[in-house]
Design a protein around this ligand. Structure first.
Ligand code: ADP
Ligand code: MG
Length: 348
């Protein structure tokens, strides 16, 4: 069974501060959801409230439309995998996994049979008799996952599950997590501060800042049109600019057939770094003079940092052909172009 989760005005107050502030969001049954945001924004607190490890100050939590706000973790049908795995050091892998069933009163024969099957599912059957300190980080993580899954939860909650792993293993384990979630058809809610990780995994991403939700959507929808300057800055690859100074002309000229200005004076907007070119594609493109202040080779493209005449910074990702053709280096003056359709105005 898999479950949907709904948060309704869910709030957590610590020392008179709302660290999670009346958030409303729905996570679909069977989806992979990532809670994304900088450190301290309230992700773990939100996850712990869903798990029942943290009391809700105000608001409700619904699991499959059932109000579980006042239920204990075990009564809810959720399972949590902690950031440090929290394995019992004095127990074998098999015992660690079987333990979850012991406390629910399953017979010894049944619990070892199920724990064996679960170890098989996470490719750890051959390590059943080892102790946690005899395992690598990735293997410990698989055991922690097996332990979370053995009680057949409707929703699996994972708090920064990949952060203790080295970068290579992190990418491998993230693939395994997604494959397992798809195979089991369960709802996963995965907390991370890495937009790259969230974008790679999530069907639905929830971007948080200071206890509030900034945006909910598919990674692609969020990347295509960030709702707020915070989201644009946090997910990276975007320039947050103002229709003033060097870009003031955007507030009086549409450059198109319509007489409406593109933007209101002084408003902020964003444009993706990979949507900026050094060659116009149409005579309606926005064109602005800039000076290169730094370049970085990034394998698939060059990251070129520029500054406009009014000091606004613009970063562009240029393909190596453009980089070579324009002999780009620090101190060079050039024009930057982007299509008017590429301008993202913020909704909030
Ligand atoms: P995140 O997981 O996004 O890094 P947390 O949910 O852990 O953030 O914390 C959100 C805020 O709540 C932080 O400012 C943190 O200091 C505060 N906080 C978390 N747990 C407690 C607690 N038990 N008592 C007081 N403040 C807490
Ligand atoms: Mg946290």
């Amino acid at each position: 069974m898999s479950g949907s989760i709904e948060l309704v005005q869910t709030t957590k107050v610590y020392d008179q501060i709302s660290v999670v502030d009346a958030i409303n969001v729905k996570v679909d049954k069977g989806s992979y959801c990532c809670l994304l945001g900088p450190s301290g924004c309230g992700k773990s607190t939100t996850l712990r409230m869903i798990a029942g490890h943290e009391a809700v100050t105000e608001g409700d939590i619904l699991l499959n439309d059932r109000n579980v706000t006042r239920l204990t973790p075990r009564q809810r049908g959720t399972a949590m995998m902690f950031q440090d795995y929290a394995l019992f050091p004095h127990m074998s892998c098999l015992d660690n996994v079987a333990y979850g069933l012991k406390v629910t009163g399953v017979s010894k024969v049944d619990r070892y049979e199920q724990a064996d099957a679960m170890l098989g599912l996470v490719n750890m059957a051959e390590h059943a008799n080892k102790f946690p300190d005899q395992l690598s980080g990735g293997q410990q993580q698989r055991i922690a996952l097996a332990r979370a899954l053995i009680c057949k939860p409707d929703v699996v909650l994972l708090d920064e599950p990949l952060s203790a792993l080295d970068p290579f293993l992190r990418i491998q384990m993230r693939k395994e997590l997604k494959q397992l979630q798809q195979k089991l058809g369960l709802t996963f809610i995965h907390v991370t501060h890495s937009q790259e990780e969230a974008f790679a995994l999530a069907d639905q991403a929830i971007v948080m800042s200071r206890g509030k939700i900034e945006q909910v959507g598919s990674p692609r929808a969020i990347f295509e049109s960030p709702n707020t300057p915070f989201v644009a800055n946090f997910i990276g690859g975007h320039n947050v600019l103002k229709a003033s100074g060097s870009l003031e002309f955007l507030s009086w000229s549409a450059g198109s057939d319509s007489d409406d200005p593109l933007l209101e004076a002084n408003t902020s907007f964003s444009v993706r770094a990979d949507h900026i070119t050094t060659q116009p594609r149409s005579d309606k493109d926005v064109a602005v003079k800039a000076e290169v202040i730094g370049t970085e080779f990034q394998a698939q493209f060059y990251l070129v940092e520029c500054v406009l005449e009014d000091s606004q910074s613009v970063t562009c990702y240029l393909p190596e052909e453009s980089f070579d053709v324009h002999l780009i280096s620090s101190g060079k003056s050039l024009y930057l172009y982007w299509s008017q359709e590429r301008i993202n105005t913020f909704r909030c």
